[in-house]
Design a protein around this ligand. Structure first.
Ligand SMILES: N[C@@H](CCC(=O)N[C@@H](CS)C(=O)NCC(=O)O)C(=O)O
Length: 232
């Protein structure tokens, strides 16, 4: 019995990546259906599961359709109580849920100014005040979580909270964003994680080079980093 996860361009769709990493990291049997965000027919028609409008969309083995990454994570946790999707420890579970919820609802400057792109990395990216504020908040959240849990992931073992911040690590890497030593080490952990690396490989292979069109950036390009150096 397998799940079907509808995603879009894995090199660019950060919400797809979050859901895909959760399924991959917890070895939940699934197949991917890959759509193209900026091709016709429009994405909702490609998905073909109205009223689903965005990706990811998960179809459970019993045919139930689940929309929105947070709802997908919660439903997977309900259907697989044996798996520590949110951590098995009650206090760390609350921590993981709080972190994922804040990521889901916030960080608008980071998300709009630095769209995820797993194909190229940039130098000399400006950091206006709203982006700097988002980076400051990351430092606070990540340091607090790693202190409480003892690491190496936000809630100790890898959890949904880490899935939600994996595309943030990709943005820090791709845009060379200035972070301190704790955030740099945590983001590097993502870059070197097998599931992250496998997702990035599919992102390099699948679909058009959107960074040459809709996501084109005016900054000089550099090689994708293997690790992130602290810049604060
Ligand atoms: N709140 C949604 C956001 C999903 C989302 O915005 N997905 C993007 C791809 S990363 C999308 O489908 N964009 C197409 C569109 O907005 O038309 C979630 O958590 O799943």
């Amino acid at each position: 019995m397998r799940y079907i996860l509808h995603i879009a361009d894995p090199g660019y769709s950060s919400w797809s990546m979050r859901a895909g990493l959760i399924l991959a990291r917890f070895d939940i049997p699934h197949d991917l259906v890959i759509h193209r965000i900026y091709e016709n027919p429009p994405l909702p028609m490609q998905i073909g599961l109205p009223p689903a409008r965005t990706v990811p969309v998960l179809v459970a083995p019993d045919g139930t359709v689940i929309r929105d990454t947070l709802a997908i994570a919660e439903e997977l946790a309900s259907r697989h109580p044996d798996l520590p999707l949110w951590s098995a420890d009650p206090a760390l579970r609350i921590l993981a849920r709080s972190l994922a919820a804040e990521m889901h609802a916030s960080f608008t400057a980071l998300r709009s100014r630095c769209p995820m792109c797993l194909r190229v990395a940039y130098d000399d990216v400006p950091v206006p005040d709203d982006l700097a504020a988002d980076l400051d908040r990351l430092e606070v959240l990540w340091s607090d979580a790693l202190d409480r849990s003892g690491g190496p992931w936000l809630a100790g073992e890898w959890s949904v909270a880490d899935a939600f911040f994996a595309p943030v690590a990709a943005r820090i890497a791709g845009y060379g964003l200035p972070v301190g030593p704790t955030a740099a080490a945590y983001a590097t952990r993502h870059l070197q994680d097998d599931a992250f690396v496998a997702w990035r490989v599919s992102g390099l292979r699948e679909g058009a080079d959107l960074h040459e069109t809709v996501y084109r950036q005016p900054y000089p390009r550099r090689e994708w980093p293997k690790e992130i150096a602290a810049k604060r």
